[in-house]
Design a protein around this ligand. Structure first.
Ligand code: GLA
Length: 378
């Protein structure tokens, strides 16, 4: 399937070159209208789909996805707590629809995520009396989980986020239950089980805040060790939950370079750009009692001032300039959501705010940033 997609991509590129030549002959300039047209031949441009989009209940959003994007990932339905809620129960209803949607629309399909410390059901780590399971039992459960899920979509899901968020911001390995019970080997084993289940799927490590220098170095250390042990890792997903100020383009670039110099492909995954004040920066001020809602932390309930839109567009332009600069290393840029209304950023890290992190507004209209980043490709 991957070969077919690459051939289709190649044909698209040839078509575009032919189009450019024709336009040049007509003394005209080709103008890409959609994101996927604009980035064709550079990298896939993707979106995370929620349940309403996958099931087609949000028709306008589903149509928007088909029009603008050529890669998809499921926001939640493939996480272990959803797809494998009990040891003997798998729920493939929505994941099946998700994969079928990607296939019907010729999209690059990423599976998210196999082994993650969060959104994992408790049964994974406990026996029937509620005691912590042994190392052997957890390895067997991990293997069953990975092989059942990856095996079901063998040859259909192109890439998997095999392990999510195993490294802390200080570069140490996270002391998750997988780590505590199995030891750091759980990471290598997860990649091996996934490769056995589908030898053709590309396998990734995915994490947030990968531009923090200590974390970047921690990921590089972990991956080098995996590679020395022969673990089948193909790429690194850099989650892109960013805001107007951080992280800096320079640190992001260092991470793209560091990861690709390991011989791996790089993806920008989970991209969204919050415009709201960060409670971490304001800590000690209005949010001293935890990250509770306050009017001060939710300043744009009725709309964005022009000055913020300008800063937002500039920031997205800077980010995409960087991605385009490294298009030889980057295979895919995926937004974490379709429109502003369905972004998780409206509820995290403070519930009930109004954020504007994506490229399409609450009515699925393209925001001005769409044009700004498409212009970069002309
Ligand atoms: C992390 C996970 C995603 C998602 C986001 C928040 O980045 O990898 O699956 O849960 O957090 O929505």
């Amino acid at each position: 399937m991957k070969r077919t997609k690459r051939i289709i991509t190649l044909l698209c590129i040839c078509g575009i070159i032919a189009g450019i030549t024709a336009c040049k002959n007509n003394n005209d300039t080709p103008e890409a209208k959609t994101l996927k047209e604009a980035f064709s031949g550079k990298f896939y441009i993707g979106a995370a789909l929620n349940e309403r989009q996958i099931s087609g209940r949000s028709r306008d959003e589903t149509e928007l996805v088909k029009k603008q994007f050529n890669a998809v990932v499921a926001e939640n339905c493939m996480k272990s707590e959803r797809i494998h809620p009990e040891e003997d129960t798998y729920d493939f209803s929505l994941p099946d629809k998700f994969v079928a949607f990607g296939e019907e629309n010729g999209m690059w399909i990423n599976g998210h995520t196999l082994i993650w410390h969060s959104q994992v059901p408790e049964w994974f780590f406990e026996d029937s009396s509620g005691n912590t399971v042994s190392r052997d039992v957890l390895i067997r459960r991990m293997k069953d989980h990975i092989q059942t899920v990856v095996g079901r979509y063998k040859g259909r899901v192109d890439t998997w986020d095999v392990v999510n968020e195993a490294v802390l911001d200080n570069g140490e390995l996270r002391k998750s239950k997988f780590y505590e019970i199995i030891g750091e080997d759980y990471i290598r084993l997860a990649f091996e089980f996934a490769r056995e289940a589908d030898p053709d799927a590309e396998l990734y490590y995915n994490d947030y805040s990968t531009a923090i220098p200590e974390k970047r170095e921690g990921i590089v250390r972990m991956v080098k060790k995996l590679q020395e042990q022969g673990a089948p890792i193909d790429g690194i997903g850099m989650q892109g939950h960013v805001d107007i100020k951080a992280p800096s383009i320079a640190e992001l670039e260092k991470s793209i370079l560091a990861f690709s110099s390991l011989g791996l492909r790089v993806m920008i995954t989970e991209l969204d750009l919050s415009v709201l004040p960060s409670p971490w920066e304001m800590a000690g001020a209005e949010v001293s009692s935890g990250f509770e809602y306050s009017e001060e932390m939710d300043p744009y309930k009725t709309g964005l001032p022009d000055s913020v839109t300008v800063a937002f567009n500039r920031r997205y332009t800077d980010l995409f300039s960087l991605f385009l600069k490294h298009q030889d290393k980057i295979d895919r840029v995926t937004f974490w959501g379709v429109n502003d209304g369905n972004s998780w950023k409206n509820n995290w890290p403070i519930r009930g705010r109004t954020d504007y992190p994506l490229l399409f507004d609450r009515n699925n209209r393209p925001r001005s940033a769409v044009d700004s980043i498409i212009r970069l490709t002309r």
